[in-house]
Design a protein around this ligand. Structure first.
Ligand code: PEP
Length: 250
């Protein structure tokens, strides 16, 4: 049995006041949820204040990115040591917006994943194909390559703790969700590849999240699929009520 995860990616949104208001409302709405790991990933600038607000709650803290070095002359970057220090337990890595706008390659993502583990942070590794790649029938090739390169060189003990987020780029922020059949097909493929790369125990343990316009209206059918273990939510995580409803999927 894999414990479900619902993670909210706030992206580039949230002043101190917005963040505090959202977290106070969310804490209250999800306080009775016991069977789901609830994670929020606010921007770096509000991590510290949110970390304090989350003490004693069932909501865990993630960052949206990090650099792979622990410290040094890397102006503008944030390290895993700093994320741990501020109370993060998870970090989103390789989001398609980072790969697309900030030229992050799978090699960089792989270094970040190893560095996250070395610092006791659980990585949420995002993978997913573009519309052009899907239309050219390249979805499985892209997913296999991103998975193999992103997780290359990991020991099984670590690999089983990775969280994979399948996020078709054409479904992110577009309002266009993959159908439950489309999502399940790719999730099953990912689990199959994890089995090829690391064996059955890792494949059965890894939690695979779906991301791409998840909302209260579509979460239940997505979560009914055998290989969908949770969701990574962008837009709908910015409203306490909609995120709470996604957390309380049926
Ligand atoms: C995301 O950015 O990870 C995401 C899934 O965004 P949205 O839910 O807005 O499509």
């Amino acid at each position: 049995m894999r414990r479900p995860i619902v993670a909210g990616n706030w992206k580039l949104n949230g002043t101190l006041d917005d963040a505090e208001e959202l977290v106070v409302a969310l804490k209250n709405l999800v306080k009775d949820v016991e069977k789901v790991d609830i994670i929020i990933a606010p921007p770096f600038t509000v991590l510290s204040i949110i970390s304090a607000l989350l003490i004693g709650t069932n909501i865990k803290l993630a960052a949206q990115n990090m650099y792979f070095e622990n410290s040094g002359a890397y102006t503008g970057e944030v390290s895993p040591v700093m994320l741990k220090d501020v109370g993060c337990e998870y970090v989103i890595l390789g989001h398609s917006e980072r790969r697309g706008y900030f030229a992050e390659t799978s090699d960089i993502v792989n270094k970040k994943i190893k560095s996250a583990f070395a610092n006791d942070l659980t990585p949420i590794m995002c993978i997913g194909e573009s519309l052009e790649q899907r239309e050219a029938d390249l979805t499985f090739n892209v997913i296999e390559t991103q998975l193999k390169e992103g997780l290359g060189g990991l020991e099984n003990e670590l690999a089983k703790n990775v969280i994979v987020a399948y996020e078709p780029i054409w479904a992110i922020g577009t309002g266009k969700t993959a159908t439950k059949e489309q999502a399940q097909e790719v999730h099953a493929f990912i689990r199959g590849k994890l089995n090829d790369f690391f064996g059955k125990d890792v494949a059965n343990a890894v939690r695979i999240l779906y991301g791409g316009s998840v909302k209260p209206e579509n979460v239940d059918e997505l979560m009914s699929q055998k290989d969908i273990d949770g969701s990574l939510v962008g837009g709908a995580s910015l409203k306490a009520e909609s995120f709470a409803r996604i957390v309380k999927f049926q």
